[in-house]
Design a protein around this ligand. Sequence first.
Ligand code: SAM
Length: 280
Amino acid sequence: MRDRSFRQTEKGKGHGPKKSLGQNFLIDPNITRCMVDYAQIGERDVVLEIGPGRGMLTREILNSPCSFLHIIEIDKTLAPFLEPLLKRHETRTSLIWGDVLTVNLKELSPSPTKVLANIPYNITTPLIWQILEHLAPMGTKELVLMLQLDLAERLCAKPGTKDRSPLGITIERMGQVQIAKKVPPSVFWPAPKVESAIVQILLDKNYDLASKRPWRRLLKVAFARRRKTLMNNLACVYDFFKDREQAYGLLKELGLSPTVRAEELNADDWQRLYEHILTL
Ligand code: SAM
């Protein structure tokens, strides 16, 4: 019943959610509070929120003691929801209208220390890469994100599981990731077809790793054909190795089997492999 009257009010305002922009708005204040609580925002924190939508999470962030809030939103028709809210906090907020994937995050000033977002699921992976690449070296230490549950599980995948991925391995080398809370479709409007999860990523080392081209390339090549062995994937890229013999020799030197697959390596194996490749 509450949901029905909510929808009617929305219809009246003429701001129906846009599926193409992944607009599944949070409607449960307990969930937004939970996201802000996980982030433990203090007075010295500068927060970046991506995709504020109608401002449900934004309002909760503004109730925290954060010193500054940057907001990036692509859909200008949401201005009637966001502008009055930000006007009340104009000395500590800044709103950029645009596609977050094309905004130069390095130029945000002051630099964000924490990122909070309920982001469209179709841009999640490139967006997390972008945050790791451009914001981690600038001082971002924590991300609290609402993600599709299966992607969240992929990010947390352990060595030897089929969900292991370049992004998950990079996060593991830079810090830690955990699923803080699983979230049902009913907390969104409209309800998505999939389960979601609040994911917390803490960054505490190797802040410039995601911006290293050889690291990104190594992982990309190693996972390019998942059913092949790591050696086969690496050996077919000739600027890594002269030939298969050299790839075989390196894996042996690192104590890795020539039949190992990329998904089986742990984060330390990746680091050692990376360091050797840099010396070739
Ligand atoms: N944060 C709000 C909430 O929780 O209710 C809205 C979340 S909704 C899942 C995703 C939001 O991201 C929408 O407001 C959408 O317009 C915005 N968005 C989609 N693609 C974007 C992009 N490339 N750059 C910036 N914002 C984007």
